[in-house]
Design a protein. Structure first.
Length: 651
């Protein structure tokens, strides 16, 4: 042990310079360039009162080791030297000592080395500057009031390895009070320029943090009741990485320890933060036990940069997470870019809610409200039909590329094949999933597809039980868009589907039975359909009993018989089964106001016809002062039409 100089200036100042203490291996145990203390020496000498105004330590080093082969701390020889020769009688601890205050504690250029093979810890730390003050320090009652702490230029390397021995058993009292009744009166913590490297060989965990600056203002900290109440927490210009190694070993366990009592576990932590401010931070997480995904967001391999967040009234507890995000921006390596996020959010065991949502990416703008309610998380999994939904999405647009980031499997769906496509959504839906009231559902997307409906939809999620009562303001699309959803060859080769169509009207019923009053406008003519339909989802078994009005319907193009058939305007009833020409069996009766057959336009024809086994029959006739006409025709719809009997008197 060596001390360069001791200077005492009554009544307060004590200065000790060039302190050096080495251990039994001739290595440094403690060293310091200077130790300065401002102490009320006279009160200490004559009254035994401790009155400390300032403590300053500069250029200090402390090396604490517990290594093989003796596995005792390297400072044990000092403790042994001051130990009494005979054991002292056990007495009740004196807890009557007065608390003390230290207005200033300052440490500059301090190095700490700690290695313990018993607990499996190897720590090296360096701090450029540490300053704090203690308004009240009462070790007897474990009460510490520390109003403000500044730490700057801290570099620490923490390596945890497999312990040499198992930690002692933890009794019930310790488990119930893990912090042993410590009361910390922290008020403000300022951290700047912090670098932390952490690795745990047992858990296979590693982390490194380069912290630009962090400020924490504390309202109340109650570790005994697991309560943290913060006024402000800010984090700027920080890079943080967390990684789990491949084949990580089980986490550290203590087989002799007992689980905390149920009452303590059930209470859980409750954290409230009045204001959160994050600016320009980068956070990465990797679990090397999971394969890296090539597309979409990979929740096992995340990396966000430019993370900025402003939030108020944050709450975290064992059953609730809530807060008010006033602004947020980030970029994620998957390609996700959030330019702006605002919302008041709530998540509990029985509900989740986004209020006043505004989410903007380079291609997506999503806004308004969404809320769900459920009996429990278990009920949500087992009975989603009983979940209550209340969603209002106003004048929003969703870029397909953003959807694919969260659901890359949808890329195989033709509707999501174009990542640059945009869907426009305006909707108001409420009620249970099994009984939803659709006040408005407006969707636009693909090349020219629009949906604008309202009404009621019941029976979900069981598709066979779905019941609909819908007001169809508009459903419009094109054949190109329909082809994206339909399998190859869905349309018979001798049928032409309209290039464009618009449907409006009403529909109510189920997929098994549906009543309609529908107007369809297409580029091949218009049709009004009022009737009853069965087995709508099966083009072979579908049956119908309907009245149909056609206006300028181009049946020649529809049936690819342009040389024989042309435009038709007619009113008729149709009853039958099937929509595939190969299996259709139907009867048609009605009156044709005008029809083009064999390049001649006929007016006011009475019509009776049938289609079965790809064979069509047609009986038509006109009797008036200008024309007497009768037609009996048959057509093989896989070939050409033929006229077996035609007669007429045209004046």
């Amino acid at each position: 042990m060596a001390i360069g100089r001791i200077f005492i200036s009554l009544p307060r100042n004590v200065v000790i310079e060039n302190i050096y203490v080495e251990d039994r291996t001739k290595d440094t145990l403690i060293s310091a360039g200077s130790l300065k203390a401002e102490i009320g020496l006279l009160k200490l000498i004559f009254k035994g009162e401790i009155n400390i105004n300032k403590i300053e330590l500069g250029e200090g080093t402390a090396k604490i080791r517990r290594e093989l082969p003796d596995t005792v701390f390297n400072f044990q020889f000092i403790a042994d030297a001051f130990a009494p020769s005979t054991p002292a009688k056990t007495t009740k601890p004196d807890t009557s000592s007065a608390a003390i205050a230290i207005p200033m504690i300052r440490l500059d250029k301090i190095r700490l080395v700690y290695k313990d093979v018993i607990t499996g810890n190897n720590i090296t730390a360096w701090v450029d500057h540490f300053a704090t003050r203690i308004d009240k320090m009462d070790p007897a009652h474990l009460r510490f009031d520390v109003p403000e702490t500044d730490i700057e230029g801290l570099t620490a390397q923490i390596h945890q390895f497999r312990p040499l021995t198992t930690a002692p058993a933890v009794n019930d009292t310790a488990a119930a009070n893990p912090v042993m009744g410590i009361e910390l009166g922290l008020k403000k913590i300022n951290l700047r320029d912090i670098t932390l490297d952490y690795s745990d060989d047992v858990a296979g965990l590693s982390s490194n943090i380069k912290l630009g600056s962090m400020v924490v203002k504390v309202n109340k900290l109650d570790l005994n009741q697991q309560r943290i109440d913060l006024q402000t927490i800010s984090l700027d210009n920080t890079i943080a990485n967390l990684r789990f190694a491949i084949n990580k070993a089980p986490a550290r366990t203590n087989e002799n320890s007992k689980a905390p009592p149920a009452s303590h576990t059930a209470m859980g932590w409750r954290i409230t933060i009045a204001s959160i401010k994050l600016d320009n931070n980068t956070i990465a997480y990797d679990d090397d036990n999971e394969i890296v995904q090539q597309t979409g967001i990979d929740y096992a391999h995340l990396k966000t940069d430019s993370l900025t967040l402003n939030a108020n009234d944050f709450l975290f507890s064992n059953d609730t997470i809530s807060g008010d995000i006033t602004s947020a921006q980030l970029r994620e390596k998957s390609g996700l870019v959030i330019e702006k996020l605002e919302t008041e959010f709530l998540y509990t065991n029985t509900q989740a809610r986004l209020k006043d949502l505004y989410l903007k990416t380079p291609g997506t703008e999503l806004k308004k409200n969404a809320a769900i309610q459920y009996a429990s998380l278990q009920a949500l999994q087992n009975d989603i039909g009983n979940m209550r939904l209340d969603a209002a999405i106003e004048n929003s647009r969703i870029l397909v590329r953003d959807v694919l980031i969260f659901a890359p499997s949808l890329r195989s769906s033709p509707a999501f094949a174009d990542p640059n496509a945009t869907w426009y959504v305006n909707s108001r839906i409420r009620g249970r999933v099994s009984d939803m009231q659709i006040d408005a559902l407006q969707i636009e997307g693909l090349q020219a597809t629009k949906i604008n409906i309202s009404g009621r939809l019941a029976g979900l999620p069981q598709m066979k039980a779905v019941t609909a009562d819908l007001n169809i303001r508009e459903i419009s699309s094109t054949k190109k868009d329909i082809d994206l959803f339909m399998p190859a060859g869905w349309l018979p080769g001798n049928i032409t589907f309209p290039g464009r169509f618009t449907i409006s009207g009403k529909a109510n019923g189920t997929t098994g039975k549906m009543n309609t009053a529908i107007l369809a406008k297409t580029d091949l003519g218009n049709m009004t359909v009022n009737g009853e339909f069965h087995q709508l989802t099966d083009p072979v078994k579908i049956s119908y009993d309907a009245s149909v009005q056609a206006t300028a319907l181009d049946i020649g193009t529809i049936f690819k018989q342009q040389q024989t058939l042309g435009l038709v305007t007619a009113s008729f009833t149709v009853k039958g089964k099937g929509t595939d020409i190969k299996t259709t069996d139907a009867v048609i009766n009605g009156k044709i106001e005008s029809a083009t057959i064999e390049q001649y336009i006929y007016h006011n024809l009475d019509l009776n016809g049938s289609i079965a086994n790809q064979h069509a029959k047609l009986d038509a006739g006109i009797v008036d002062p200008n024309i007497h006409f009768a037609l009996t025709a048959e057509a093989d719809l896989s070939k050409t039409i033929s006229c077996h009997s035609c007669a007429g008197n045209d004046r």
